[in-house]
Design a protein around this ligand. Structure first.
Ligand SMILES: Nc1ncnc2c1ncn2[C@@H]1O[C@H](COP(=O)(O)OP(=O)(O)OP(=O)(O)O)[C@@H](O)[C@H]1O
Ligand SMILES: [Mg+2]
Length: 238
């Protein structure tokens, strides 16, 4: 279980002070998908970066299996944070990039090779495995980025807008992968603006101006609102 406990984050410089997250509390169980939604600038990516230990919170803690991950390195081997901003090494090929990442996670070479072949086949980029990343299309890069993040079989998968820019089939494979990983017990947090991604989620959390303004099971939302847009319209009039 992953517990987000009273997380706040402010960004300050001499000229301005911005409270990007304001005492956010959330819990994600094993094998559940949490959908983090909300308008641009709401604080979604900031929260995801804090969960992934890329940013430290100004206040609050993140607990995984009861341990505070904001003060330990424990999470790094168990988590995967996938965002276009994390990028890929342009001069490397997808194979080299994934191999390097596998080595960082101390997986043995034969195992890494097998996983690369499997993931490249699954996401349909085998034909690009040995081309430089800098010449690949946006969608193929996104596929490589996601496949790279799955090399070490993370227990928590954090996806910041994972289907953005993907073609219809590639987006479908991402969603299929999310469903498969979920059934294997992976906890998944996905930030998205795409309705079909939202439909994969067990729980929906809505952030607005750094505050958690709504949090409910998706099944209950479906019973209450005719669409996600209706939920947003109601939140907007809070
Ligand atoms: N490093 C930073 N320095 C200063 N302000 C920041 C920084 N990172 C984020 N912010 C601010 O914090 C707020 C939340 O940004 P964040 O990127 O988390 O939003 P988001 O919900 O992911 O938006 P989007 O849907 O556009 O991706 C924004 O006002 C943003 O300008
Ligand atoms: Mg964002």
């Amino acid at each position: 279980m992953l517990v987000i406990d009273q997380i706040s984050k402010s960004f300050s410089n001499k000229k301005s002070h911005k409270l990007a997250l304001d005492h956010v509390n959330l819990t994600i169980n094993y094998g559940e998908v949490l959908g983090l939604i909300g308008p641009n600038g709401a604080g979604k990516s900031t929260l995801l970066r804090i969960i992934a230990s890329i940013l430290s919170p100004s206040e609050g803690s993140i607990y995984f299996e009861g341990k505070d991950v904001t003060t330990s390195d424990l999470i790094k081997s168990k988590i995967s944070y996938i965002s276009v901003e994390t990028g890929l090494y342009e001069q490397m090929t997808p194979y080299e990039c994934m191999f390097f990442f596998g080595m960082l996670h101390e997986i043995n070479k034969r195992e890494i090779h097998k996983k690369i072949e499997f993931l490249a086949q699954k996401f349909k980029f085998e034909e690009f495995l040995h081309q430089k990343i800098k010449v690949l299309s946006t969608g193929t890069r996104q596929k490589v980025l996601i496949a790279k993040g799955l090399i070490h079989e993370p227990k928590i998968l954090i996806l910041d807008e994972p289907t953005n820019g993907l073609d219809i089939l590639a987006a479908y494979f991402v969603r299929e992968t999310i469903s498969t990983l979920k059934s294997l017990g992976t906890s998944i947090i996905i930030s998205t603006h795409i309705i079909t991604d939202i439909e994969l989620c067990d729980q929906i959390a809505v952030l607005n101006k750094g505050k958690l303004v709504y949090n409910n099971k998706f099944s209950e939302i479906k019973g209450k609102y005719s669409s996600i847009e209706q939920l947003f319209l109601e939140i907007d009039s809070f």
